[in-house]
Design a protein around this ligand. Structure first.
Ligand code: CP3
Length: 346
């Protein structure tokens, strides 16, 4: 007697669903009072990431409140950088900062590729605990796409133009490529360990794809993403769906079919109907509500959600935002998003 496959997993596999599943990127976070309470208790953001019981609690918070169709393990894309030897900290109001940014061959050579379970056991312990806690709700594991982690590791933190990261790419592409390969190597191992611990879906976050020219995206970012997906696929078999989220890929839209994933998560600038038209009927799309629309309240949120659901047509679509939810988002907007999805009729 087995329960029905959850609609999120069905949708990721392209199977027919009763309605589009819904979850939100960065759904555990500061827009929730209960997250801020745990965050205060934990100390620093990294302390929170390293405490499985608290990671389980904050992962569960949005599931309890909104009954989303999927959960995502609470961690950060910078945890693998820390495992590789980057000196990662989080500065309130500034985001991730790296004390030893990589600027030369010695920096690249110094990076290590440890066994993930030894380097950051708390990530995998969180996943094991979550699978018990979550019941039927599927759990997504994630890593950064190599290009996006490269940006933070070279730049040393968030930045407007990523001048150091782009200077290495253009000035010393061989070194940039070597760094990307090192990130692929550890990132793939980390993702495989997440799945072996119990994550049922893998999402790669390529936030900084938006910085690259068309040619450089195809030369550097896309092959590195596919190398991660290939290694993970070889290790975990065909049943685990892969999601690729990238920001700013409307220019390379016709090439996104080359990404070896099951679900393409698109940002809000891309028209979802146009993405469907360009990419064909087989691809599953995720997204693509403008996270800023939620700031305007439940009514605009419901209207934008309705428009996306109508354009996507109810199948081969996972309702989500086009980027992470913002800290100032009203709870009522998230409720309106969920309600619109649950009431939608073809
Ligand atoms: O629900 C979830 O999605 C939780 C897990 C999660 C976090 N970060 C927790 C977090 C995930 C999937 C991420 C991904 C992430 N982290 C990305 C890719 C997605 C994106 O939004 O582009 C990136 C680029 C990062 C790096 C990062 N971590 C930044 C730039 C920041 C600071 C900006 C910010 O939002 O504050 C973080 C910190 C961070 N990661 C927070 C959370 C909940 C907020 C920190 C806090 O509580 O003080």
């Amino acid at each position: 007697m087995s329960a029905e496959t959850p609609r999120f997993l069905k949708a990721c596999r392209g199977e027919t669903v009763d309605r589009a599943p819904v979850w939100m990127m960065r759904q555990a976070g500061r827009y929730l009072d209960e997250y801020r309470a745990v965050r205060e208790k934990a100390g620093s953001f990294l302390d929170l990431c390293r405490t499985p019981d608290l990671c389980v609690e904050v992962t569960m918070q949005p599931i309890r409140r909104f009954a989303f169709d999927a959960s995502i393990v609470f961690s950060d894309i910078m945890i693998p950088a820390d495992a590789m030897g980057a000196e990662v900290s989080f500065v309130p109001g500034k985001g991730p900062v790296i004390g030893n940014p990589i600027r030369d061959a010695a920096g690249v050579d110094a990076l290590i590729s440890p066994e993930p379970e030894a380097a950051c056991p708390y990530v995998f312990e969180t996943i094991r605990l979550l699978r018990i806690e979550l019941g039927e709700t599927p759990l997504i594991g994630f890593v950064a796409a190599p290009w996006t982690l490269y940006c933070y590791m070279v730049e040393g933190g968030g930045s407007k133009n990523y001048e150091e990261a782009m200077t290495m790419l253009h000035g010393n592409p061989e070194l940039a490529q070597r760094l990307l390969e090192k990130i692929v190597e550890y990132g793939a191992k980390h993702a495989i360990a997440e799945i072996k611990a119990g994550a049922q879906v893998l999402q790669l976050f390529d936030t900084w794809a938006v910085l690259l020219s068309h040619a450089d995206y195809l030369r550097f970012a896309l092959p590195a993403v596919n190398e991660v997906f290939r290694r993970v696929r070889a290790a975990v078999g065909p049943d685990v769906p892969f999601i690729y989220f990238a920001k700013g890929t409307s220019g390379v839209l016709p090439y996104l079919n080359q990404v070896e994933c099951d679900v393409l998560s698109i940002d809000w600038q891309l028209d979802i109907a146009r993405a469907r038209q360009e990419l064909g009927d087989d691809v599953v799309l995720q997204g693509n509500l403008d996270p800023l629309a939620l700031l305007a309240g439940p009514k605009p949120t419901a209207e934008h959600t309705q428009r996306i659901l109508d354009a996507a047509g109810g199948q081969k679509h996972v309702m989500n935002l086009g980027h992470g939810i913002l800290p100032k988002t009203p709870i009522a907007s998230v409720e309106a998003l969920c309600e619109t999805v649950r009431n939608w009729k073809a």
